[in-house]
Design a protein around this ligand. Structure first.
Ligand code: FAD
Length: 479
């Protein structure tokens, strides 16, 4: 598998100057903010896309925007590649370094700077974890809506890098819908502010451009995000179906009817069994597929919405409808869902796909996905954000068997092509990274990719920011 994706050749001139670069960075940063010993660099050699790894040249861990700017100014001057890094939970290899790169880690910039309830905003440093934002405002009745399953570890900077989503994004939107402003350090060290506390800014939507730019347009050091008042009540409900196709068709009909619950999450039989064994959440084991539907509001609002969903589910032969009875039960239901990837890792190696399809194609794509994986002699567990059509087939394989690993990667690529061909796209929330870089040609014509690369070049003419990611390596000259 490791041979399948290539990185840019490390630049010999940069490698040759390694000790000088380390010494120069040591002038810019406190000793505890610079890592350069070989064994201490190991934790930074990969992210959650663990199939690939490269030991970076050095790791800089600045404590302020000014220090980030100083590192960028230096690296820009000497053409040294820089790979921004939050918590390194990227599933697409977005934070994997290359040998000639300085990893710019934001983990020491982890302070909440401002909570502004009248304006419903929080301003935080980029290294603050996603969950930390909600935890800081929960007692006052607020939360930050995007909730990736990795929220305990992943950072707001990384969420912005990938435009991350989560189970509760069906109603509240993904990161870009909850982001109001950023402080951004440009490739040459210039510091700019995009957006702010107000709803919209005049001129081009550069904030929208930066959100999801995978660390290639600048380094986010601070973010102002939207805070939302907690609903009066919330209730996850389990809907069990005989088949994945039935469950998928039910999701499509719920959304087509104009009903928007807070979350509609999907698990097929293998995923139900894996998650139940881990979380003991009480998921029904006698069904072929499960939907976790969360409704919120007053008791009357929740009852009303649920009644409409149950009516639609019945037309798809729903076998089980179980309303959760307590906060403890609700927490377990979500624990099981949010631990799905980790729980799967207990039984097998896996790669997680992230294609998104129009809801009308959900059943078809689920069926074809099973056929594709079966054709390679592998197994798949599906657990994903069904309401958004954002699919996460987890392809199970044995990482110690190179042939098995190659098959898993080929199956994953076939599934992503299937999503694109069904009118969807390569990534719903995990980003392109290195994982889907070469499939970008399947989604986009050359002229489209050229336009994107021209934008990237406008921000970073030397392509020093996260250079091996997002675009096919040999397409770069087209910019
Ligand atoms: C178990 C598990 C579950 C997950 N569940 C979800 C999920 O439900 N939804 C979802 O969307 N994702 C999910 N992910 C993927 C991952 O957690 C997200 O992509 C997350 O946003 C990455 O955050 P991070 O801090 O780890 O960033 P990293 O992995 O360190 O970096 C991610 C990208 O952002 C860039 N970047 C990081 N910080 C900055 C910065 N300050 N400025 C500019 N660029 C930056 C990096 O260069 C890289 O391209 C999951 C991952 C795991 C391991």
């Amino acid at each position: 598998m490791a041979e399948a994706i290539s990185f840019l050749e490390p630049r010999a001139d940069v490698l040759a100057r390694r000790s000088t670069i380390v010494a120069d960075l040591a002038d810019l940063l406190a000793p505890e903010c610079l890592i350069h010993e070989a064994r201490e660099l190991v934790p930074f050699e990969t992210d959650a896309f663990v199939s690939y790894r490269r030991v970076p040249l050095a790791v800089a861990l600045p404590r302020s925007t000014a220090e980030v700017a100083a590192v960028m100014k230096y690296c820009h001057r000497y053409g040294i590649p820089v790979v921004p890094r939050g918590a390194g939970t990227s599933l697409s290899g977005g934070a994997i370094p290359q040998e000639d790169a300085v990893v710019l880690g934001l983990s020491k910039m982890n302070r909440i700077l401002d909570i502004d309830y009248p304006n419903r905003t929080a301003t935080v440093q980029a290294g603050v974890t996603n969950l930390n934002v909600s935890e800081n405002v929960s007692a006052d009745g607020f939360f930050y809506a995007p909730d990736p399953s990795s929220q305990l570890a992943c950072t707001i900077g990384g969420n912005i890098g990938m435009n991350s989503g989560g189970a509760h994004c069906l109603k509240y939107g993904v990161t870009t819908n909850n982001l109001l402003g950023v402080k951004l350090v440009l490739t040459d060290g210039t510091i700019v502010d995009l957006g702010g506390k107000a709803l919209d800014a005049a001129g081009y939507d550069l904030l929208g451009l930066v959100c999801g730019s995978e660390g290639q347009l600048g380094i986010v050091t601070e973010a102002t995000v939207r805070l939302i008042a907690k609903p009066e009540g919330a209730r996850p409900v389990l809907f069990g179906f005989d088949t994945s196709e039935d469950a998928g068709a039910c999701v499509a009909d719920v959304i087509a009817a104009g009903i928007v619950p807070v979350a509609i999450e999907f698990m097929d039989k293998p995923a139900i069994e894996i998650c139940e064994a881990f979380a003991k959440a009480g998921y029904p084991l006698d069904v072929g597929a499960l939907l976790i539907v969360e409704v919120e509001g007053s008791e009357a609002e929740m009852d009303d919405m649920l009644a409409s969903i149950v009516t639609i589910a019945r037309t798809h032969g729903v076998k089980t409808v179980r309303e959760c009875q307590s906060a403890t039960e609700a927490a377990l239901i979500w624990k099981g869902r949010k631990s799905a990837f980790g729980a799967t890792g207990r039984i097998a190696d896996y790669i997680c796909m992230d294609g998104t399809v129009p809801l009308s194609q959900l059943s078809y794509v689920l069926k074809k996905t099973a056929e594709i994986v079966d054709g390679y002699g592998l197994r798949v567990a599906n657990v994903f954000h069904a309401g958004d059509g954002n699919m996460h087939p987890l392809i199970l394989f044995n990482a110690n068997d190179p042939e098995d690993a190659a098959k898993a990667e080929a199956a994953g690529n076939d599934i992503l092509r299937l999503c694109v061909d069904a009118g969807g796209c390569l990534t719903g929330e995990h980003g392109v990274g290195i994982e889907k870089r070469d499939l970008m040609r399947h989604q986009y014509a050359k002229v489209d990719l050229d336009q994107m690369m021209a934008v990237r070049s406008a921000f970073d003419p030397g392509w020093i920011l996260n250079p091996s990611k997002v675009f096919p390596l040999d397409g770069r000259s087209a910019a």
